[in-house]
Design a protein around this ligand. Sequence first.
Ligand code: SF4
Length: 231
Amino acid sequence: MTKSPQDGPPGAILQKDNETYAIVPRTPVGLVTADHLEKIAAAIRKYDIPICKITSGQRFALVGLKEEQLDEVWQDLGMEQAKVKSTELCMHFVQACPGTDVCRYGKTDSLGLGLELEEKFTGMKLPSKFKVGVSGCTYSCAQSYVRDIGLVGTKSGWIFAIGGNSGGRPRIADRIAKGLDKDAALDLLNKFMEYYVTNAKTRERVSHFVDRIGIDAIKEAILTEDTAPVA
Ligand code: SF4
C-alpha cells in the first residue's frame, strides 16, 4: 500500500523511501540560539543523521531518521515540533527578514511582526496551504510578493499584498493597502482570513482565489474607508 507523508508518528514526515522520516524543530521566523545549534549538531552526530537542510521556511529539517530513533531524538533536542506537517491545509510558516533589528535598510520591525503572526496564525486551519512573507523594506528579502500574504515595510508603514505564489504558476501579489501600522496590518490580515475561509474552495491557494474572485471584489469586501489604498 502506498503511504503518504502524513503516515507516521506526530512531528515526523515520511520520506519517499517509505521507511525513513524527516523532523522539523520549530524555529519561528528562523531565529535560533547557540543552544539550539549545539543540540542539533549533537543529534546529527549521535544518530548519524544523513541530511540536515535549512528549508525555505527558515527551519532545520533533519532527514533520514528511523522510526525507532524519533522519540529519543526529540528528547535530546528539547525543541518544540513544527506545528503542522508539510501537507496540511493551514498556515505553515511565517518567513521574516531581519528588518530594523539588524539591517541598515530596514524600515519596519519585520521580525517582531513575523513572530506575532507566527504565534497567532501558524497551524490555523484554512482552505489551503498558506504562507506569509514579512519584509522590513521594499527590497523584499522575505519574498513577500510571492507569498499568499506579503507585508513590506516602508517609512510610512506596512504595504499589504495578497495572492503571490512562487510555484508552477508563479504570480506576483497584488498590493491592496499601504501605510498600515502594526495593528491595522493585523486587522486587515484577520479580515482577509475570514473572507478567504468563507469563500475559497478546498485546496484553492490564495493566488488562484484572487484570480477567480477578482482583486476588486476582495478589496471591496475587506478594505474600509480608512485604509489607504495602493494607487
Ligand atoms: S527586506 Fe530590507 S530590511 Fe529586510 S533584510 Fe532585505 S534589505 Fe534588509
